[in-house]
Write a protein that binds this ligand. Sequence first.
Ligand SMILES: [Zn+2]
Ligand SMILES: [Zn+2]
Length: 151
Amino acid sequence: MVEAVERKIVPGGCFCGAVQFEIELPTLFCAHCHCSMCRRPHGAAFVTWTAVPPQQFRITAGQEHLKTFASSTLGRRQFCNVCGTQLFCWHEHEDATDPDMIDITLASLHQPIDRAPDMHVFYDSKAAWSVVEDDLPKLGGPTGTEPLANS
Ligand SMILES: [Zn+2]
Ligand SMILES: [Zn+2]
């Protein structure tokens, strides 16, 4: 007898509902990102992301409403072209054509995931007016995920 593998699916969507998607747990991480490429398009102090491998991600409605913007050579951001909700960032290795990870804005998921935000990344790019008072690790440097001397 074959045991059924329990699949935990978490649905999500943009603010207007035109774009719908789902991810399958487990996620790869959950982090607050303070980099300017997140802050500026989101119009926010920082952006909370989780991520899954592409095979754990599926668009269920509104693919035609996804607009793509290449924010760097390594990342393509996608947002709803109706309501402007920033939804995804696809990461790619320089030497590969297929992305190996997709970031998903935690705020666009409709149900809890398998972890809470557990770190700040690109913390040295933090907006001066943003106040962070939690005890989570605060990482930065060129990769955004290295220990910082004074935090
Ligand atoms: Zn929308
Ligand atoms: Zn960022």
